[in-house]
Structure formats: C-alpha cells, structure tokens
Design a protein around this ligand. Structure first.
Ligand code: NAD
Length: 488
C-alpha cells in the first residue's frame, strides 16, 4: 500500500525499472512541514547514479522510440489510470511532503497529474508533421519529428507530482527516454510514480527517477553529455545557471521560471467573482504557485472598498494542519522557505509599505513545530520597492491603487518577470489593448488558473524561455528533420 510506505521509509531511486539505493550511500532527511519533523530519507544521488540511469535509458531508447503511437498511448493511459486509482494515497503523500491542504492535493494536484498523462497519451496520436510542396521546382519536403534521445526533466516543490508529470508525459509520448529529478524537498509522489509505471507496463529504463540535491544530482543531469535536452521548472537563478552550463553543450532548453504577476482590477469588473477569485489567486497553495497574482493593482475609485472586503475575506481563512478538512491554508514547504518569506515581511516598513493584515507566524495546536504563516496583505506606495520587484513565493500579496489603463500597464510591466497577468474588466476594447501590451506569456481575463492543456504555457523576460503545453511540448521533445525529395 502506498499509504503505509510513506510513513517512515527510505525513498529509493527508480532506475531501469528497479528501486535502488544511491551508489555512494549518501542520504538527505525528508521533512513533513506541517509538523516540522523528519519522516524519512531520500538519496543524494551522484554522477554515478546518473550514469546508471543514462545507461538504462540508452538501452531502452531503440525499442521505445520505435513503438507504435498506439502502444505508447496505451501505456501512458494506463499510467494516468494508475495515478487516478491511487488518488487518495497519492494526495495524502503529497500533502504530508509539501504541507498543502489535503483537499487541494485531492482536488487539484493528483487529478492533474493523471490528466497530464492522459492528455499526452491522446495528443501524441494527433501530433502532425508538416509537408511543403515546392511548386514549380518538382520537389516535396516533409518534416520528420524524431525523438531527441535521452532528456532530463527537473521540477520544483510547489506542485510536485503535477509539474513532474507535466514534463515527463510529453517527453515519453514523443518517444524519448527520460532521466528525471523531482525537488529534494518534495520527492515522495515522484518515488511512488515508479511503481505505477512498472504496473502500467512501461518498459524498464524508459523512465528513470533519480533523487537528490540540485547541486549534486541536478548538476550531474545538466552536465551529462548524453542528455540532449533539459526541461526545467524552478527559480530564475537556477534557470540562469542551467542555461550557462547546458547552452555551450548545445542542449535544447525549456526553462519555466519565477514570476511576480500583476492582478489588475478595474471598477467595471464583476466584483464578487473578482473578490473570491482574488482570494484564491493570492493564497492558494499558501501563495506558492508561480502564477499567483502577488501584485494587486486596484482602480482608485474602488480601492477602499476592495481593501475592506479583501481584508475581511482573508481574515476568514482557516490556517491549520493540511489534514484538517477545514484548513484553507496549510504549512509552507520548509523552514528555510518560511524564513525567506518572513524576511520580506520584516522589511515592509523600510520599503515604505504597511502590513494591512497578517504577517505573523502561526502556532497550530498539535503541530506546534510546523511552518505556518498568516496570509499577509501589504499596502505599498510604489512599484519599485523590493516587495513588488522580488518573487516572495508565499502567502504574501501587495496592493496599490492606480488611476488609469496607461498607468497600470506601466506598473504591471515594470518588473523583471513576465509569466502571467490577471485582468478584471468587462470592457472589451480595454481587454484587447491590454492583453496585447502586457509583457507576459499568459493573460487571464475575468478568471485565474483556468487551464486548457492544449494552450502554450510559459513566460517571457526572467520568467523563462520556451513554452510547454499541447503540441508545443511535443515540438520541444522532438527534433524536426526536413527531407527534400526532388522528382522529374
Ligand atoms: P529551485 O530552482 O530551487 O529548484 C528547482 C529544481 O531544480 C529542484 O529539483 C532543484 O533540486 C533543482 N536544481 C537546483 N540547482 C540545480 C542545479 N545546479 N542543476 C540542476 N538542477 C538544480 O526552485 P524551487 O525553490 O524548487 O521552486 C520554486 C521556484 O519555481 C519559484 O521561483 C517558482 O516561481 C518557480 N516555478 C515556476 C513555474 C513555472 O511554470 N514558470 C512553476 C512552478 C514553480
């Protein structure tokens, strides 16, 4: 049973279809953030483990890359079903590892992990390649879309299985073999995925899951000469480091990085819908979603009303153990992260801001050592302060009034990041104008985090390079080769 395994066990690497201890026998503690206590250990894998994974992947590649699309699709569908069948156990494991409310892991994280596999199981059967007839020259071009070979997938801790599978599923669907590393902070559900893949009949070596720290295990993946592409989601500084290492080796790179997303509220919006959605876009997953709207800009004629209503709504949120049914906000992912988030609250005054609500750590009865923080609203007087320019990635939002479209566009774009923006308005012309001018990869209008997996997903500026999602992901994980045939 998955549930029993998660209690105090040692996680192992999944290489060549087998569960293995790390060769150097180095281990890291795994924490339950809701209790602030160690509940297991995970490998800190070295170059030798990555070598083993690459060897297994290399061996598996010729057969896997030549399976029919139907065969591949069927196996991926079985993995999707395997995840879905274990939803309660996986959700519990995710919540324990990450600190997120069990209700969120049950409703969002694990169903989405299953959907990721099902989506790409279907998508690969519909993935077209192009043909171009050179009229008048008697030639026809067609483009092969061949798998790259062995690819590396590296994911963060905030949506552990959700983002891990978002990379792995298209990579496998496209016919690649994968060496994947989940975050060392939240490794449990990635570990449990190995067993599901074996049961689904995924051939040994096609997917290898290796655990460990970024600077040891991750570094060994990005440096390996036979790993030809890296799909990475995580922090902007790590992304820059990966680019520096992998670009001179001419690896294909997809980088999904940090964000500091504007949530722009005009007076003509549907106020109640905006208010309840803004509550979610600010604090879902303890604000630890790259797409959270952490900078809230409100049109000045509804600013005071919004401030009052938002504070009231936020004050009604329940902070508690993630396993309690009525917890809206669970624990932050780690002690280090809690301290980092808190350090921004500590500089509010010197940055010219004012805490309107929250700002304090919370002691949860029965989980006294857990990493809990109140949802926090900070009023800022300008957009240049650190609170509006740096990614805090916790339950902290800033609010600020604006006068008109022109001003708020400047405020929204005046930041190094460019992942997403949310716009609340019922004015069509404004929607069109602003959607075009916002420097981001994703704009949500009168909604937030509504996802259609066929759409391109990713950021501009310091939020990343490349797009995931739909055929974009399948294009990334394949190498196009044009064949030009001349005829008489
Ligand atoms: P992180 O950059 O610290 O770590 C991400 C992953 O990279 C982890 O698996 C880590 O072990 C690995 N890593 C670290 N150093 C490495 C190295 N030298 N070589 C290879 N791998 C290395 O990020 P995090 O703290 O886990 O996640 C939070 C960040 O992720 C935030 O900035 C957030 O915005 C971002 N994020 C972005 C998206 C997106 O889609 N754009 C989605 C989720 C999270």
């Amino acid at each position: 049973m998955v549930g029993e395994k998660t209690s105090s066990m040692k996680i192992q690497n999944y290489i060549d279809g087998k569960f293995l201890n790390p060769i150097a026998d180095q281990w890291i503690d795994n924490y339950n953030p809701s209790k602030g206590e160690v509940y297991g250990q995970i490998p800190n894998s070295t170059k030798e483990d990555i070598e083993l994974a690459v060897t297994a992947a290399k061996k598996a590649f010729p057969v896997w890359s030549n399976t029919t699309l139907n065969e591949r699709s069927e196996i991926l569908s079985k993995i999707a079903k395997g995840i879905f069948d274990k939803l309660p156990e996986l959700a519990k494991a995710e919540s324990k590892d990450n600190g997120k409310p069990l209700s969120l892991a049950t409703k969002i994280d694990i169903p989405r992990a299953s959907s990721n596999f099902q989506f790409f199981a279907d998508a690969i059967t519909q993935f077209p390649s192009e043909a171009h007839e050179s009229i008048g020259l008697n030639a026809i071009n067609f483009t092969l879309r061949q798998p790259i070979g062995i690819v590396g997938c590296i994911s963060p801790w905030n949506l552990p299985l959700y983002l891990f599978t978002w990379k792995i599923a298209p990579a496998l669907a496209a016919g690649n073999c994968v060496v994947a590393k989940p975050s060392e902070v939240t490794p449990m559900t990635a570990f449990l995925l190995g067993e599901i893949c074996n049961k689904a009949g995924l051939p040994s070596g096609v997917l290898n899951i290796v655990h460990g720290l970024g600077q040891t295990t991750g570094q060994a993946i990005i440096e390996h000469a036979n790993i030809k592409a890296i799909s990475f989601t995580g922090g902007t500084a790590t992304g820059a480091h990966i680019a520096k290492t992998a670009a001179p080796m001419f690896k294909k790179l997809s980088l999904e990085l940090g964000g500091k997303n504007p949530n722009i509220i005009f007076a003509d919006c549907d106020y109640e819908k905006m208010l309840s959605t803004t509550l979610r876009s600010s604090f879902a997953n303890q604000g630890q979603i790259c797409l959270c709207g952490s900078r809230i800009f409100v049109e000045e004629n509804i600013y005071e009303r919004f401030k009052k209503d938002f504070i009231r709504k936020v004050s009604q949120l329940t902070i508690g153990n993630p396993f309690d049914e009525d917890s809206d906000i669970g624990a932050l992912v780690s002690k280090n992260h809690l301290e980092k988030v808190k350090s921004y609250i500590d500089i509010v005054e010197e940055e010219g801001g004012k805490v309107l609500y929250g700002g304090e750590k919370v002691i949860v009865s029965g989980s006294e050592n857990g990493y809990y923080l109140q949802p926090t609203i900070i009023e800022v007087s300008n957009n240049d302060c650190k609170l509006n320019q740096e990614e805090i990635f916790g339950p902290v939002v800033t609010i600020m009034p604006f006068k008109n479209e022109e001003e708020v566009l400047k405020l929204a774009n005046n930041v190094k990041y460019g992942l997403s923006a949310t716009l609340w308005t019922n004015n069509l012309n404004r929607t069109m104008k602003m959607s075009k001018q916002l420097q981001v990869g994703i704009v949500w209008v009168n909604t937030w985090l509504m996802r259609d997996l066929r759409t391109p997903f990713g950021g501009v500026k310091a939020s990343g390079v490349g797009r995931e999602g739909g055929f974009e992901a399948l294009r990334f994980f394949t190498e196009p080769k044009n064949v030009c045939i001349s005829y008489d």
